[in-house]
Design a protein around this ligand. Structure first.
Ligand SMILES: Cc1cc2nc3c(=O)[nH]c(=O)nc-3n(C[C@H](O)[C@H](O)[C@H](O)COP(=O)(O)OP(=O)(O)OC[C@H]3O[C@@H](n4cnc5c(N)ncnc54)[C@H](O)[C@@H]3O)c2cc1C
Length: 1114
């Protein structure tokens, strides 16, 4: 669409169901409309109002859109600054300010530079291109990034109404309360005047957020100081903070105390003491992080103090010198250009050109996915009579339902029907390995987000509005939310698992040292790009139903739908073309939605669809289990570990789901890659009132290993040795056996370790880091090398099976179907490669259309990293059967083509369709006897990471990571390296960034990308090297390959432990040495709080139990 540039804007008016949109074309008309509709909402970029409407249920009957009014978009250069119309976009403002900085003398542009610095980290380009400066001011958000700068700089605002205009100073009088300003209802903001700075004025702005890119602030600050000319005596000082009160605030008392004082150490001391008092926060304040936020105000002021000292010296004033060790505290972050190296072994010379196994061929649907042509579940075109469903969920963590009132919802337009437990024709029972759930709540809810019912309406919006209008009365019960509460109330699911080997008592007796410790590992949201979605289509006869679902588990989906509908499984077909990510989140929890949608479609005899919004998906479907680990470790002076007693508690949530197997896997990985002769691990499953937690890449393994690396680090720190030396000393060697008595015969750990040490240049890095740390007080670097060993097989024996169905058509083309689903991991690509090699035909003749329960039945979920192994072997089996059938025709016509043989077989009435089957041999473990083979084999890898932390803010930079991963003979190095990199980044999110916040009442507070941060591009290590171990064939899987989906995830813990290493260096500066507890993720808050120093001491934690925190560690 092309919009004419010459076309003059004119007033527009749109009427909708609930609102009127008015777009005036002149200021007069705008002011008249505002006079007439004082409650009308002004909208420019809609980046704030849109959020209010969508997520805060705000309804604005009249909207005024002044975007095209010239006065509101004008930029005017005045004698003492620049005036920006309130509707100027942030991108435009940045362009104008940059031009000014380039053309004006530097002393005039201190304020402009501060605004530009804030804009650098303000949202993303798309938001900045539409969001207006007036929108940011008028939202009056306490964490606005621009308002502190405008306030510190003394900007002026012009407010107008029909009767005239007035100019106001932008100070704390302007913001009258949380998201409130001094504007009268009929007034609008016309413009903002941003002044030039004075010759003796210095301005800086700071933004501290959980993630650097595209994130909202925790604390944001701007500081402006003006000196009496020719001196270092403060004439004027404005310290403005966001995130410290319901409005942007000025630290006036502190500033007043410092006026007239010289800029030196005494002023700093006074400023910190005063600000610690003035910028206090209630311990229950929304947003939490109380100590961190308070410390930040001091730390940021200290940065400003040093920056100004430097500038004063540059002006020739005799102020204290900023010593070189402190210089890095004044550096402004600029992202570096990242680089990456990928190393793999080429296929052997002489391998047939058509044989694509081992070659780095592109994911078969990569192009379609990149261009948007790939078809996902919700892309299935609308059926003519299709309806939309929205879920009604509990707002209480634990309660009895007293009444459900749908009367308000019934009046909503478009509503077709409601669905509650009584509407289920078959069984209301649901679950995974244990059937301990309901499809729809039956009188009781056990978590916030528990599905109580559903509304079906004509459109998505209508269904969602009606669902919100349903009123439910509850009788609340005491919920159990956290692991600690579960321990206190002994709220556990059974069984409690133990793995034990050796003699623990003897082990501790022989130990030179015994150490105890603990660690909490937070959960993780799957954050697949495509949220849960189901389209259910009744077939109109015999109870048949067809479902299009984004699920890793078509068979499980089929079983639960059949149960709920009260029909045999043979009436239900589940089809999966591809998923936009799964990561374990679509292994079992997809059935929560698909079953309800199927019940609705069955009731109405019409197709019904539902795709959850991100906030609903995050609320309802659970995630990775938070874990708490407690350990006691015995070790020798050399660092060799001789005894370990470890207990794990996993927060399972309100149902068992897959939690038992997850805690078991944590136990199977409790020693990570280390030989521990005397060991006991116990695993408790906490029953809590959180949405049931579920499978997530690694399946409990990462949590198990994370605790292992904690005690390993403690051992090294308490002995004063390097953790790498102690890790290497304890590393498993060939012939060792695990705590569950599995002998490690084909182990490549030591090879991975040695290669990683040399490729990463560990020794040189360590020396350089020690030097850097001696030279820098406020930034520290750290390094860690961490190994991983990951067991491959489902721990539930029966799941280790797979089927395949291969058709050859008479034109020679081949259609593969197997039990696995494609979720972006490249399974279908690898399966085509396998079939191509076995059949001896080019991969271009082979196609996979989808996964479906009517082609390959009784499949295991695509999970446990084992899908290439299992389905690859089943496909090989089917292809070999077909090859055998074709043999006589090849023999008869040896010079013929594939097509000739296929045709000949067909005319000879030979079946060109075959089933294949595979089950993993020689596995099966028994907890009772601690015997039997738990895993078919292990995948190994080692990573070395280097980081830099900012001790004052807690931010960190991922400088470099080197990974060496054993994937056997890679089926496809391009896909395998993609899996290694992807798993690493997801682990990096888990261990350093992603935080789910729950209120003490069990309400999830982080329900979208605005508050829950997954890694961004800037979090990728600046240097990332992935090397696939050479010459490491694996005789236990298809074509000597190895599983790769989950094993590399844990390698991201090397970043966590590198951070811990850097924190140790910071603590040493304050005279603190030895082991310390650092919970995961190593967020900016945790890093800052752990870097104990003069500033943290001024902001002590409130005593636990004396207040109700905003969020709790679950
Ligand atoms: C993904 C995302 C990221 C974001 N990141 C950041 C960030 O990093 N930092 C930050 O500070 N904010 C951030 N925001 C918040 C928001 O983008 C900014 O506040 C933005 O400047 C709002 O501008 P807008 O034009 O979109 O406002 P709108 O949504 O159009 O309006 C916002 C408010 O301002 C009022 N208003 C607008 N113009 C006038 C006027 N002339 N007179 C009177 N009232 C007026 C409106 O009535 C409304 O109440 C983010 C938002 C999103 C969605």
């Amino acid at each position: 669409m092309t919009l004419s540039k010459d076309r003059k804007p004119h007033s527009l008016c749109f009427h909708g169901e609930r609102m009127t949109w008015l777009q005036p074309d002149s200021l007069d008309e705008f002011l008249n409309l505002k006079w007439k509709h004082p409650d009308a909402r002004v909208v420019v970029g809609n980046t704030e109002v849109g959020v209010e409407v969508k997520f805060k249920n705000m309804v604005y009957p009249v909207i005024l859109a002044p975007t095209f009014i010239p006065e509101l978009s004008a930029v005017t250069h005045t004698e003492d600054g620049i005036v920006f119309g309130a509707a100027c976009t942030l991108s435009h403002m940045a362009v104008v300010l940059r031009q000014a900085v380039e053309s004006l003398p530097p002393h005039k542009t201190e304020v402009f530079l501060a605004v530009l610095e804030q804009l650098r980290w303000f949202a993303g380009v798309q938001i900045r291109n539409v969001a207006a400066v007036g929108g940011n001011i008028m939202t009056a958000s306490p964490i606005s990034d621009l308002n502190p700068v405008f306030m510190a700089a003394g900007c002026k605002l012009t407010l107008v109404d029909k009767d005239g205009s007035r100019e106001v100073q932008m100070d704390d009088g302007f913001f009258t309360g949380y998201r409130r300003t001094a504007l009268r209802p009929q007034q609008i903001l016309l413009s903002i005047h941003i002044p030039y700075s004075k010759k003796t004025q210095f301005v800086s702005a700071y933004k501290q957020s959980p993630r650097r890119e595209d994130d909202i602030s925790i604390v944001t600050a701007a500081m402006s100081v003006t000196f009496t000319p020719g001196t270092d005596v403060v004439e004027n000082l404005r310290l403005s903070f966001g995130g410290m009160a319901p409005t942007t605030v000025l630290a006036k008392k502190t500033a007043n105390r410092l006026i007239g004082r010289p800029w030196g150490e005494e002023l700093l001391e006074e400023a910190c003491n005063s600000m610690a008092e003035e910028m206090s926060l209630d311990p229950s304040v929304p947003g939490g992080m109380v100590t961190y936020r308070r410390t930040l105000t001091l730390s940021l002021f200290y940065k400003f103090y040093l920056t100004v000292l430097q500038k004063l010296r540059l002006q020739g004033l005799k102020v204290a010198e900023v010593t070189s060790v402190c210089l890095s505290a004044t550096e402004v972050h600029h992202p570096e250009t990242p680089s990456s190296v990928q190393i793999y072994q080429a296929v052997a010379k002489g391998q047939n050109q058509d044989d694509v196994v081992g070659r780095p061929i592109m994911h078969l649907s990569a192009m379609k996915q990149a261009t948007g042509e790939a078809v996902y579940c919700d892309d299935v075109p609308l059926y003519e009579n299709e309806l939309y469903l929205s879920l009604i969920t509990s707002s209480k963590a634990h309660a009895r339902i007293l009444s459900i009132d749908t009367s308000g919802a019934e009046r909503c337009p478009g509503v077709v029907c409601f669905l509650f437990a009584d509407d289920i024709p078959g069984s209301n029972t649901a679950g995974s390995l244990k059937f301990d759930e309901t499809v729809l709540a039956d009188g009781e809810v056990t978590c916030v987000g528990h599905i109580i019912g559903a509304v079906v309406a004509k459109t998505q919006l209508q269904a969602q509005r009606a669902a919100k209008a349903v009123r439910i009365e509850y009788e609340e019960r005491q919920p159990v939310i956290t692991i600690q509460e579960a321990i206190a109330t002994q709220s556990f699911y059974q069984p409690i698992r133990t793995i034990q080997k050796g003699d623990l008592e003897l082990g501790f007796k022989h130990a030179d040292h015994i150490l105890e410790g603990e660690m909490h590992i937070g959960g993780q949201e799957h954050f697949y790009l495509e949220t849960n979605v189901t389209l259910a289509v009744p077939r109109g006869e015999d109870g048949e139903m067809e479902l299009f679902v984004s699920t890793q588990a078509p068979t499980h989906t089929q079983s639960l739908v059949a149960m709920a509908l009260g029909v045999p499984a043979n009436r239900v077909v589940v089809r999966v073309k591809r998923m936009g990510g799964g990561f374990g989140g679509k292994e079992s929890r997809t059935t929560l939605l698909s079953t309800v949608v199927a019940v609705a479609a069955n009731k109405l005899k019409r197709p019904v669809r539902c795709m959850l919004d991100r906030d609903e998906d995050m609320l309802i479907t659970g995630g990775r289990h938070p874990f708490y680990g407690k350990y006691k470790v015995g070790f020798l002076n050399s660092g060799r570990v001789v005894a370990l007693d470890v207990t794990y508690y996993g927060n399972a949530g309100n149902s068992m789901d897959l939690s038992q197997a997850i805690v078991e896997r944590a136990l199977f990985h409790m020693e990570n890659s280390y030989r521990v002769p005397n060991i006991r691990g116990r695993g408790f499953l906490c029953r809590t009132n959180l949405p049931s937690n579920t499978a997530f890449r690694g399946f409990g393994g990462p949590q198990g290993m994370m605790v292992a690396e904690s005690w390993m680090t403690d051992v090294a720190q308490s002995l004063g040795k390097s953790p790498e030396e102690v890790r290497r000393l304890n590393l498993y060697m060939k012939g060792d056996s695990t705590p569950f008595n599995q002998v490690l015969d084909q182990i490549t750990l030591d090879r991975c370790w040695d290669e990683c040490m040399s490729r990463s240049g560990y020794q040189q890095r360590r020396i350089a880091i020690d030097l850097y740390n001696r030279q820098n007080r406020w930034t520290k670097r750290g390094i860690a090398v961490v190994p991983t060993k990951f067991g491959i097989s489902f721990t539930a024996l029966f799941l280790n099976q797979a089927g395949a169905l291969v058709h050859i058509y008479t034109d020679g083309s081949v259609l593969l179907t197997h039990g696995g689903t494609e979720m972006g991991q490249g399974l279908h690509t690898k399966m085509v490669q396998v079939a191509s090699r076995v059949l001896g035909i080019p991969s271009s003749k082979i196609h996979i259309s989808e996964t479906s329960t009517n082609t390959v039945p009784n499949t295991s979920a695509t999970a446990a990293s084992a899908s290439s192994d299992l389905n690859g072997a089943a496909l090989k089996n089917a292809c070999e059967i077909l090859l055998k059938r074709l043999e006589p025709f090849k023999a008869k016509n040896p010079n013929g083509t594939w097509e000739d043989w296929v045709k000949a077989a067909y005319f000879d009435r030979v079946s060109l369709s075959a089933n294949g089957f595979y089950k993993t041999p020689d596995i099966g473990y028994d907890f009772e006897t601690n015997s039997g083979r738990a895993f078919s084999y292990f995948s190994y890898g080692v990573a070395c990471s280097e980081v830099e932390i900012d001790c004052l803010t807690g931010s960190h930079k991922n400088l470099s990571t080197t990974i060496v991963m054993d994937v056997g003979n890679s089926l496809n190095p391009a896909i395998d390296i993609g899996q290694v990199e992807g798993a690493f980044m997801q682990g990096l999110g888990l261990f350093t960034l992603e935080e789910l916040h729950y209120s003490p009442q069990g309400v999830l507070l982080t329900r979208g990308p605005g508050s829950y941060k997954i890694p961004a591009f800037g979090d990728i290590p600046t240097q990332l090297t992935v090397s696939l171990l050479r010459d490491a064939p694996n005789d236990k899987a298809i074509f000597a390959s190895k599983a790769v989906g989950e094993p590399p995830l844990f390698l991201a813990s090397s970043v966590f432990y590198a951070i811990k290493d850097a924190i140790s260096a910071a603590r040493a500066e304050s005279g603190i040495t030895g082991p310390f507890r650092l919970d995961s993720p190593a967020s900016a808050e945790r890093i800052r709080n752990a870097c104990s120093d003069r500033f943290t001491k001024l902001c002590p934690l409130a005593e636990a139990g004396t207040f109700i925190p905003w969020s709790v560690q679950v």
